[in-house]
Design a protein around this ligand. Sequence first.
Ligand code: ATP
Ligand code: MG
Length: 259
Amino acid sequence: MSKRIDVSDLNIYYGDFLAVEGVSMAIEPRSVTAFIGPSGCGKSTFLRSLNRMHEVIPGARVEGKVVMDGQDLYASDVDPVDVRRTIGMVFQRPNPFPTMSIAENVLAGARLNSKRMRRSEADDLVESSLKGANLWNEVKDRLDRPGAGLSGGQQQRLCIARAIAVRPDVLLMDEPCSALDPISTLAIEDLIQELKSEYTIVIVTHNMQQASRVSDATAFFNIAGTGKPGKLIEMADTATMFSNPSQKATEDYVSGRFG
Ligand SMILES: Nc1ncnc2c1ncn2[C@@H]1O[C@H](COP(=O)(O)OP(=O)(O)OP(=O)(O)O)[C@@H](O)[C@H]1O
Ligand SMILES: [Mg+2]
């Protein structure tokens, strides 16, 4: 089930350092939202605050609200572990467990949640998740081989399979193609297009072509200088952001004049 996220007035800190300031935005279900902006403007920080991964860093905290389908994710009675199960994450570098088999990699997150899974249940989950990540045909004959034996693009799709095996409602992806060749990149982009019928997807990317190819909405973040907080400059549907943004900084950035 795909869900919407509404962020209001979010400030994100590392200790005393205000890394991201005053972000408000709506992330629509069944769509892809891209975060763009120069290095250090807080895209990853903001992404991690959406599923409460930010606070695992000592001294890290947020002010403001992140609301998913009416539920404040930072309310005192909300368990961050539940939030991370509902809002899954795929990291920049594919990070499969190298010695674990392909099948066990897919099951790793799901096993943390449900203590006991019957063999047939586990097999079904492996198959459906790998099919969902568009990897099944390439690995179905070597499910018991180590995850490290896959190519970079296959490993990234394995990590996507691991994320969707937990059956999240939202998928956060932090530069999922930055380590991949153009063919694997296109495979991931096709997959993102398919996944958006079921999930709310947020992707961080430095690749403007990628943002314009895969996303429905784009948010541009910027930073005024070193030590200053990152801010959301502008957010709109992707076509508008790339052809007719309202801010000069957005236009400069998307046309490659800085960053
Ligand atoms: N664990 C941390 N502890 C302290 N400061 C951090 C930490 N992680 C990030 N920062 C700081 O927060 C700011 C935003 O960093 P962040 O990684 O979110 O930027 P980004 O937009 O994702 O950059 P990039 O495009 O290079 O990935 C930077 O000033 C960074 O140095
Ligand atoms: Mg980053």
